[in-house]
Design a protein around this ligand. Structure first.
Ligand SMILES: Cc1cc2nc3c(=O)[nH]c(=O)nc-3n(C[C@H](O)[C@H](O)[C@H](O)COP(=O)(O)OP(=O)(O)OC[C@H]3O[C@@H](n4cnc5c(N)ncnc54)[C@H](O)[C@@H]3O)c2cc1C
Ligand code: FES
Length: 277
């Protein structure tokens, strides 16, 4: 019987320092058969294993069509992520996955798309935006909205500049506080909402970030007539097994690793506004 906890081996083929404490690792599985069979959907995550230290859940940010390439953008916050931060091109790391359910890309086709992220929570939606960019004709008007605490927290400037050039696309950025040269909105990301253009009867809302922010977004979208089944969010909890076995990420009757991390609002509504969950 194969062991689901046994990681595959991946080589770091490139390491990009995005900002202090935040870096992207471009990985390739070392085994050719595993390389050929590995596929993922936007919104899924891998468990990355630093030998002798431990494992962490990290979203996949590359486009699923980029075969044999698996990108992860990681913020060094603790033991494992600080250890991974020390690795360089050519080093090896363990990888299990992909896990979880991704964003509803097929259901979102032919509709407007509203992608809202707060804080540093952009990682799970980067692969969505790349996915839509490569298949632009399949989706309606695209709104990309990102809010950060300080303008210096804003990473991926080049990507946002590139996305702004996409057809029928609106990019709105906000920082609670910013350097004098910050050309975008100063204030809460929610203050940008009145500028959004979308058909509330034909839209898919995709969001990730702090749960407080997501609650405000959900309320605003419901008030604008968006259906509970058309609002999707990515939930984050500490993870252990990643495969619905250990109960570490339990969320009511669901496991975030197995049943999420992407949920529709209709799925999480009973618990989403309850403190302590
Ligand atoms: C589905 C999923 C996808 C994720 N994707 C990414 C990603 O793309 N990039 C990324 O940098 N991180 C991501 N994370 C978070 C990442 O898993 C944690 O930052 C990591 O587990 C921290 O491990 P550590 O040993 O470095 O820190 P620890 O020593 O475990 O903790 C350091 C600090 O971080 C806090 N912390 C630990 N885990 C989490 C968590 N899951 N959420 C909030 N706070 C936490 C701890 O409470 C502590 O304050 C994701 C988490 C999940 C569940
Ligand atoms: S991490 Fe073990 S059940 Fe989700």
């Amino acid at each position: 019987m194969s062991n689901p906890y046994l990681p595959m081996e991946a080589e770091i083929i490139e390491r990009i320092q995005e900002s202090p404490g935040l870096f992207t690792l471009r990985l390739r599985l070392t085994d050719t058969a595993q390389q050929n069979s590995y596929t993922f959907k936007p919104g899924q995550f891998n468990m990355l294993y630093l030998h002798g230290v431990g494992e962490v859940a990290i979203s996949i940010v590359s486009d699923p069509q980029e075969l044999h390439i698996i990108d992860h953008t990681i913020r060094a916050v603790g033991r494992v992520t600080h250890g991974i931060e020390q690795l360089n091109s050519g080093d090896r790391i363990g990888l299990r996955g992909p896990y979880g359910k991704g964003w509803p890309m097929a259901r979102a086709e032919q509709k407007d798309l509203l992608i809202i992220t707060g804080g540093l929570g952009c990682a799970p939606v980067v692969s969505v935006i790349e996915y839509v960019a490569r298949r632009r004709e399949r989706f309606g008007h695209l709104n990309i909205v990102q809010g950060v605490k300080h303008s210096s927290d804003f990473i991926w400037r080049e990507r946002y500049d590139k996305w702004r050039e996409l057809a029928d696309t609106q990019v709105l950025l906000a920082a609670d506080a910013g350097e004098p040269i910050w050309p975008w909105h100063i204030g809460r990301v929610t203050e940008l909402f009145e500028r959004l253009r979308f058909n509330s009867q034909k839209v898919t809302v995709i969001m990730c970030g702090p749960e407080g922010m997501m609650r405000v977004v959900v309320k605003n979208m419901l008030e604008r007539g968006v259906g509970e089944d058309d609002i999707y969010l990515s939930m984050e909890r500490n993870m252990h097994c990643g495969i619905g076995q250990c109960g570490h990420c339990q969320y009511g009757d669901k496991f975030i690793c197995r049943d999420g991390p992407v949920f529709s609002y209709a799925q999480v509504k009973p618990l989403f506004n309850v403190k302590g969950f």
